[in-house]
Write a protein that binds this ligand. Structure first.
Ligand SMILES: [Zn+2]
Length: 163
C-alpha cells in the first residue's frame, strides 16, 4: 500500500489543505485492517490525496490500481468515499468489473454495459449501487465499533483503571 499527497497540497496552491490531507493518510492507516477485512483488493493499491474539481469526492483508477481522494469533506464522508472506491477496486480485482477500451464501455460480469449519460443512469449502474450500499454499511459498522470502544473506555474509567 502506498499513500501520497498531491504536489499542489505539499508545495503549491493547496498548501492550506495539508492538515486535512495528512489526516486522510492517517485514517487509511488506522482503518487498514478493517479495509482488508471488508474488501478484497490488491495489497499494492495506492492512495493519492488531491483536490478534485467538480462534484466527485474520489475515484478509482483501475489501470493504476489507485484511489484518489479529495480531503475537503467531513471525516465520515471521506471514509465513505474510500470504502466506496475500495468496492470498485474489489470489483476489478475479482474481474466482475472491467473496462473494454475498444468500445469504451464497462463490462459487468462479462457483459458490455451500455453507458448512460445521465446522472440517474450513472447512479443506477449495478457496480455503483453495490459500492454505495457496502460503503454505507462499512461506515455504520465503523461508527458502531468506535462507540463500543468509547463505551469500554468509559467503563474502564469508571473502574478507575484509566484516568
Ligand atoms: Zn462509484
Amino acid at each position: 500500500m502506498k499513500r501520497t499527497l498531491a504536489t499542489s497540497i505539499k508545495y503549491g496552491n493547496y498548501k492550506h489543505l495539508q492538515y486535512d490531507a495528512k489526516l486522510v493518510l492517517r485514517w487509511i492507516e488506522f482503518y487498514w485492517n478493517d479495509f482488508k477485512e471488508y474488501f478484497d483488493f490488491d495489497d499494492d493499491i495506492a492512495f493519492h490525496v488531491r483536490p478534485i474539481r467538480g462534484t466527485f469526492q474520489g475515484w478509482y483508477k483501475s489501470e493504476r490500481n489507485r484511489i484518489e481522494i479529495d480531503p475537503r469533506y467531513p471525516p465520515e464522508s471521506v471514509l465513505d468515499t474510500i470504502a466506496h472506491e475500495l468496492v470498485h477496486a474489489e470489483q476489478y480485482h475479482q474481474g466482475r468489473l472491467a473496462w473494454d477500451g475498444d468500445v469504451c464501455q464497462s463490462v459487468w460480469n462479462g457483459e458490455v454495459y451500455k453507458r448512460g449519460n445521465t446522472y440517474k443512469l450513472y447512479r443506477n449502474r449495478p457496480w455503483e449501487i453495490e459500492a454505495r450500499e457496502r460503503a454505507a454499511e462499512f461506515v455504520k459498522e465503523m461508527l458502531a465499533k468506535d462507540m463500543r470502544a468509547d463505551a469500554d473506555h468509559d467503563a474502564l474509567a469508571h473502574q478507575g483503571t484509566l484516568i
